[in-house]
Design a protein around this ligand. Structure first.
Ligand SMILES: NC(=O)c1ccc[n+]([C@@H]2O[C@H](COP(=O)([O-])OP(=O)(O)OC[C@H]3O[C@@H](n4cnc5c(N)ncnc54)[C@H](OP(=O)(O)O)[C@@H]3O)[C@@H](O)[C@H]2O)c1
Length: 326
């Protein structure tokens, strides 16, 4: 086990940052979280809390300036701009290892796959990419000019318990009830998923490693799958049949407020495939979960939580299905 450290996690109560808090506690570290306090009931015992909105830079400065941390995880997207990331970095006393959770969406997705850390970044993904790139650059500049130890982590689609995006659970809901799955277009765009606990373990493993200072790493699972192939894998985990109904995405324009039709953010017209060679070769970090085992573990959690009993509104999908030829 690594030496016990005093760590700050910005966020700490949702999906990725909560999984990280649990992983860091397993390592025996002392954890403080900084957030607005909506779901601190989820925190394991012994975690300290700093109530603060990270967008309020004066409050952030006075909240963290008097504390000393060995490591800091900047995770909460609020939406977090380059200025917000810089404000946190500049408010911290000393020079803790600062790890920033960015995204694979910083890469210019008009370029050929797979995307490695050397792929040029770009604004294909709009403001989200703009903010994440600005956050990365604010930290990398502080590494170059002041020697601040920083590491950038770029996850792709993350799956697992408590996902803030309705992706795998969207399909659990439908396949479980024998509902057809609507597929926009051909459904053949490639997607790559990583399990939240693998991401949390990777973030914990990088902590304090000088090899990771000033570096950016893709962190995700090792399998790519088409959109339809992802749903097929879920049907296999549930051991149920699935019926696909393909439709022309132009149909969605007929609706003022179209509902989600294929998960929360899995509909887009490009591949999303990433290499993980760098994190494996340089840091020896690799995932424990395959896509199938990650989906099985998430399905077990979904049932344990009673989500298989929840009511789901299919009204929008029914309207769309009524427009499709049989
Ligand atoms: N989910 C994915 O598939 C995925 C993929 C790639 C990258 N990412 C990145 O991973 C990170 C984590 O995503 P996530 O979906 O797990 O969680 P998230 O929605 O970014 O973060 C939620 C956490 O941040 C806190 N928070 C939110 N707004 C805040 C604010 N203004 N000030 C202080 N704390 C605030 C929340 O607590 P309070 O509400 O109580 O403040 C909560 O603890 C994000 O940076 C996201 O961009 C996610």
């Amino acid at each position: 086990m690594s030496a016990v450290m005093r760590l700050l996690v910005v966020g700490g109560t949702e999906f990725i940052s909560l999984a990280l808090v649990r992983a860091l506690i397993r390592e025996g570290h002392g954890i403080t979280v900084l957030n607005r306090g909506r779901r601190n009931d989820r925190l394991p015992p012994g975690v300290s809390v700093i109530p603060c909105d990270r967008k309020d830079h004066a409050a952030l400065q006075s909240a963290v300036a008097s504390a000393r941390f060995d490591g800091v995880y900047d995770i909460a997207y609020a939406p977090t701009t380059g200025e917000d990331v810089a404000a946190l970095a500049d408010a911290l006393a000393g020079a803790p290892h600062l790890l920033f959770v960015s995204t694979g969406r910083v890469y210019d997705h008009a370029l050929p796959i797979p995307f490695s850390e050397a792929t040029p970044r770009g604004y294909y993904w709009g403001d989200y990419a703009r903010h994440k790139i600005a956050g990365e650059d604010a930290l990398l500049e502080r590494h170059r000019t002041r020697g601040l130890p920083v590491t950038i982590v770029r996850p792709t689609h993350v799956l697992g318990p408590l996902n803030t995006r309705e992706n795998e659970t969207f399909f659990f809901d439908r396949i479980l009830r024998g509902r057809p799955v609507l597929v926009p277009g051909h459904g053949g765009w490639l997607r790559q998923f990583g399990h939240v606990d693998d991401l949390a373990d990777a973030l914990a493993a990088m902590l304090g490693n000088p090899k990771a200072f000033g570096q950016a790493y893709n962190v995700t699972g090792e399998e790519c799958v088409t959109q339809v192939g992802f749903v097929e894998q879920i049907a296999e985990v549930l051991d149920r049949p699935v019926e696909f109904r393909h439709f022309d995405p132009a149909l969605l324009k007929r609706f003022d407020k179209p509902g989600p039709v294929f998960g929360q953010n899995l509909v887009y017209d490009c591949h999303a495939v990433y290499t993980t060679t760098k994190v494996r070769a340089e840091l020896g970090i690799r995932p424990r979960y395959t896509l199938a085992s990650g989906l099985r573990q998430t399905w077990e959690w979904y049932r344990k939580e009673g989500l298989d009993q929840r009511s789901v509104d299919f009204a929008f999908e029914d309207q769309l299905l009524a427009l499709l030829p049989r």
